[in-house]
Design a protein around this ligand. Structure first.
Ligand SMILES: Nc1ncnc2c1ncn2[C@@H]1O[C@H](COP(=O)(O)OP(=O)(O)O)[C@@H](O)[C@H]1O
Ligand SMILES: [Mg+2]
Length: 370
């Protein structure tokens, strides 16, 4: 475990009243990684983070930090630091004094303290405002001070709970870049909890997707975007079209799935071992791999009636209804799409066999054996 900063082994947390907040959570976090835990509100992210920091006791399972088991150790005996969603700074102390505080408590001598605080203030770009009080700072500046305060003790792991949650859109975009830069400069392992797909996917080296108290997938942003493992991940991340049907035949790594009145030729990813003819199947197709028009090179086609177009920057997403209440999104760059559809107009949509991804069922507590 030499280079693993945090290891979680089958960690469970059940609150009184039988709320299962975290179930069978296992993950390995390497030294210097920026990890983000992504999932909808209430899925157990904060509870998990608090267990790593020792603020919450695990009901079962084991937690290691830098190779040492810390499951039963109090926060003061763990080499972690936590930055909370509401980052209460000391109102009557200056920026400098706020950051200096924990070093003073540890009895570090003044010269050493001063040097470390200045260096940290430079890292978070707050050295020019060292004499200000928190009330004279903007939200983003207060955030930086809170970050400096959490990092000054040089923890092995910094735990961040929705650190950008309270910032408005523009500031959040700026802070995302800065937080990532600071993490790279300090080389400290960051575990950041967020319900924002954009934050998780753009900042983290590794994303842990959670729902219903369980890990659904662990991977790089790219892996999760390109190869969602199960229904929850495909539905929650990115712009995926979901299909439901029945497996009609299998040949090697490909299957025929009947969905609606259509037969689709779909790839079976390596991690799915068992595929039975006659079994219910779900698959997804990324909106950017879905095309309009009849392309003879693509194995899969479906007819749909035009519903609407959504615009986002230079991307546009045309929405078609391919079956009652079943909408398919086709995402393309605006300059490429010169067609304008009328509502109700029929169009052929197609995608390559490789673009369809057979999915596992969402992980649920009842899937666990033993
Ligand atoms: N101290 C507590 N006592 C009882 N239930 C709790 C407590 N803290 C959290 N929970 C419950 O545990 C579940 C997970 O909560 P939380 O970890 O805060 O989720 P998230 O951070 O993903 O929104 C929720 O159902 C929540 O109501
Ligand atoms: Mg939370």
């Amino acid at each position: 475990m030499a280079d693993l900063d945090v290891v979680l082994e089958h960690v469970d947390k059940t609150f009184p009243g039988n709320t299962r907040a975290v179930i069978d959570f296992s993950a390995e976090i390497e030294h210097g990684e920026f990890v983000s835990m992504l999932g909808p509100s209430g899925c157990g992210k904060t509870t998990l983070l608090r267990m790593v920091g020792g603020l919450e006791e695990a009901t079962s399972g084991r937690i290691f930090i830098s190779g040492q088991e810390v499951t039963d150790l109090p926060p003061s005996h763990r080499d972690t630091s936590m930055m909370f969603q509401s980052f209460a700074l000391f109102p009557h102390r200056t920026v400098f004094q706020n950051v200096e505080f924990s070093l003073k408590m540890r009895g570090l001598e003044k010269d050493m303290r001063t040097r470390r605080v200045w260096s940290m203030l430079e890292t978070v770009n707050m050295d020019a405002l060292a004499d200000r009080r928190p009330s004279d700072l903007s939200g983003g500046q207060q955030q930086r001070v809170a970050l400096a305060r959490a990092l000054i003790s040089e923890p092995t792991v910094l735990l961040l709970d929705e650190p950008l949650g309270s910032l408005d859109y523009n500031l959040r975009q700026t802070m995302m870049v800065e937080l990532k830069k600071i993490q790279q400069e300090t080389g400290i392992t960051f575990i950041m909890v967020t319900h924002s797909q954009q934050e998780a996917m753009s900042m983290a080296d590794k994303v842990i997707v959670m729902s219903d108290a369980m890990v659904q997938q662990i991977g790089t942003s790219r892996e999760i975007h390109e190869n969602p493992r199960n229904q929850f991940v495909a539905d929650f991340i990115g712009n995926n079209n979901m299909f439901q049907g029945v497996i009609r035949s299998r040949s090697g790594s490909m299957v025929f799935v009947e969905a609606g009145s259509q037969l689709y030729y779909i790839r079976v990813p390596e991690h799915i071992r068992q595929v039975n003819v006659g079994q219910e199947a779900h698959f997804s197709v990324r909106a950017d791999l879905m095309h309009t028009g009849d392309n003879p090179e693509m194995a899969n086609k479906v007819r749909g009636s035009y519903v609407a177009t959504e615009f986002l920057g230079t991307l546009e997403t045309d929405v078609f209804e391919v079956g009652p209440g079943h909408f398919v999104h086709v995402e393309q760059h605006r300059h490429l799409s010169d067609t304008t559809y009328k509502v109700g107009e029929m169009e052929t949509l197609c995608f390559a066999a490789d673009s369809g991804m057979l999915l596992e069922r969402t992980r649920r507590p009842e899937d666990l054996t033993g």
